[in-house]
Write a protein that binds this ligand. Structure first.
Ligand code: NAP
Length: 265
């Protein structure tokens, strides 16, 4: 049975440090968070941000746009927040509605307020959890499922830095019927898609480290992309959903924000 890789204990350490830094600032850091539509993953992430901001003395400003918002409406809001000198960091809740291209809107966020782009908190959280497992990535077969700009792609570079052998799977892999084959070879598997049960537990390689980034609402439950009960029987380490990548991601996002606020003040 796999050991759980929980994000909370690591997040607690980060939070302790942040509380001290925030107390030392002249003004509380301000996080502006943009939520477009009602995607459950995006809404749950916004809620965790709000909760943690409250705990840390960070001012949280949620800006909600309707599901049918256009890219130019989002850009207009971003430019307002860029020009607002009280705002230190801007976060865009993912995934976005289909008509909005994340990359094209993200380009409008001022570099010093972009707390998600350059140092992707999700990718950093995944790397931190792998480190906790004690598994050395050097030469390991790592499979990343999902190649989004904010999760999959930044992860690939961090994994390559550790000299892992990285395979990236995406919709084309699934359509070609090759997802199972790749997953079965993964010594470290990272899944960031947003489809409950996409990865069957029986596909997991014996002893693999499984990091499930996905957040999906199924009935009244939040689950990941991996079939947890079956996967934990085969993996050596696995992240729970909720309680794995999520709490750590939001703590790292706040760390990026506080660093931005320190630099701007
Ligand atoms: P996204 O931008 O929608 O990207 C999803 C990725 O999955 C795309 O690269 C897509 O490929 C790929 N994909 C879609 N269907 C697939 C399939 N059947 N087989 C293989 N790949 C497939 O989403 P995201 O922002 O990266 O987020 C992914 C998930 O992580 C969501 O559930 C989100 O809520 C969650 N998330 C969690 C955290 C956290 O802190 N835990 C943070 C951020 C996101 P194509 O582009 O080629 O279609």
């Amino acid at each position: 049975m796999a050991k759980l890789l929980e994000g909370k204990p690591i997040a607690e350490k980060i939070k302790e440090e942040l509380r001290l830094t925030v107390r030392g600032l002249k003004q509380p850091p301000v996080l502006a968070s943009i939520l477009i539509g009602e995607n459950p993953g995006a809404m749950s992430y916004a809620k965790s941000q709000q909760r943690l901001a409250g705990e840390l003395g960070i001012e949280y400003c949620l800006r909600v746009l309707p599901e049918e918002a256009t890219e130019s409406q989002v850009v207009e809001l971003i430019q307002k927040l860029n020009n607002d000198k009280h705002v230190h960091g801007i976060s865009i809740q993912m995934p976005l509605p289909k008509q909005i291209d994340g990359e094209s809107i993200r380009r409008f966020i001022l570099r010093n307020k972009d707390i998600e782009g350059v140092n992707s908190p999700v990718a950093a959280a995944v790397m931190e959890l792998i480190k906790t497992s004690g598994v050395d990535l050097y030469g390991k077969e790592v499979v990343v499922v999902g190649h989004s700009e904010t999760v999959g792609k930044p992860l690939v570079f961090l994994l390559l830095d550790k000299l892992a052998t990285v395979t990236v799977c995406h919709i084309g892999t699934s359509k070609a019927g090759k997802l199972e084959e790749h997953v079965r070879h993964a010594e470290v598997l990272i899944v960031a898609v947003g489809k409950a049960g996409l990865i069957k537990g029986e596909w997991i390689k014996e002893g693999a480290v499984v990091i499930d980034v996905g957040i999906n609402r199924v009935g009244d439950k939040i689950v990941g992309d991996v079939e947890f009960e079956a996967a934990e029987k085969k993996a050596s380490y696995i992240t729970p959903v909720p309680g794995g990548v999520g709490p750590l991601t939001v703590a790292i996002l706040m760390r990026n924000l506080v660093e931005a606020a320190v630099a701007q003040q």
